[in-house]
Design a protein around this ligand. Sequence first.
Ligand SMILES: Cc1ncc(COP(=O)(O)O)c(C=O)c1O
Length: 373
Amino acid sequence: MNEPIVPVNTPLLDGNEKAYLGQCIDTGWISSEGPFVSQFEQQFAARLGRKHGIAVCNGTAALDAAVEALDIGEGDEVIMPAFTIISCAGQIVRSGATPVLVDSDSATWNMDVTQIAERITPRTRAIMVVHTYGLPVDIDPVMNLARQHGLRVIEDAAEAHGQTYKGIPCGSFGDISTFSFYPNKHVTTGEGGMLMVDDDALAETCRSLRNLCFMPNRRFVHERLGWNLRMTNMQAAIGVAQLERLDEFIGRKRVLGARYASALSNINDIQLPLASTAYADNHYWVYGVVLGGSVPFNAAEAMRRLAQLGIGTRPFFCPMHWQPVLQRRGLFAGESYPVAERLYTRGFYIPSGVGLTDGEQGRVCEALMEILR
Ligand SMILES: Cc1ncc(COP(=O)(O)O)c(C=O)c1O
C-alpha cells in the first residue's frame, strides 16, 4: 500500500483566511481585544437570528460556561443524551449536579425525545440536547416539555452549523446554544466555540464567565469564579472567512453524503445515515456507518482493517454510562442504554471533510466494500 492515507477530515482554508490573519499580524491585534472577535460573534449570531454571540476558546468551554451561567449545581438534575461527548457532562458533574441519561433513536442516532418525559423529576433543572452527526434533534417536543415543566434548554449545536430544524436554524432554540469550531466542523477557527443567547442579563453572565468574572469597576476583585475562555482575534479572523463559505461547505458535504449513500447502498447489513427526516435534510457533519448483526466483527476491527487499507476513521461516541470517570463517581450504576451501546460498539465514521477529493472518496468506498464483502 503506497498511496497516502485518506484523512478522516480535511478542512478547506483557501478563502479569505490568510488575508484576514495577515490583518491581525499587520495591525498587531492578536489578542481577544481585536475587531474580528465581535465581527465573528455578530455575523454568526445574525445568521441564526440570535441577539448575542459570545465567542470562547472551544465548544467544551462553551458548554461549561452555559451550565454555570444557568446556575446549575448541587442537587439539580440535567437530562442529556447517553450517546454524546464527555464535554456535555463535564460541568454538570463538576458543579455537583446529576446528569440523567436518555437513550438514542436508532434511526437518527439523536436523543430519543419520547423518553425525556419519564426522566423529569422535581429536581430537573434543564434539558441538554445535542444535534448529532448531521441530523438535528426532534426539538419541538423538547421545547414543549421545557415550557410545561419550567426547564431551561441547553442546545449543543457543536456539530450543526448551518443546519436547520423545520427551516429554523439549529443554535436558535436553547436558552443557551453552543457551537464548536474544531477543524472537523463546518466552520473552523482551529480551536474555538461560541454561546448564543437572547436574554441580555444571561449574555452578560456568559461574557463575564468567559473573562474571569472581572468586575467592570473593581478589576482584580471577584464576586464569582469564572475562567479565561477568550477567543483570539486570529481565531476569529479565520472564523469570519470560514463563515463566508458555510453554505458552500454544506453543499459539498451533501454531495459527499449522497455519493456515499449510493456507492455503499449495496453493502449487506450496514446502517448508513438517514438522508432526511420529517424535519431536516442531513448535512453530514460526519458520515457514520453502523455494522449490522450479521457482520462478524465490531467497529474497532473494521477500523483496524480500514487503516490497513489506508483509510482514516474515528470511533463513535462512547456512551456516558460506560465512562470510567463517571462510573467512579457512582453515576449510572446498573443503567443500560441499548441503542447508545450498540452505536458505540458497531459504529464509526469514515472520511467526509470538505477537502475530501472525489478520488479519495472512491478509495474509501472500495475499501469498505472489500472489508464487508
Ligand atoms: C456534540 C459536541 N459537543 C461538544 C464538543 C466539544 O467541542 P470542542 O472540541 O471544541 O471542545 C464536540 C466536539 O466535537 C461535539 O461533537
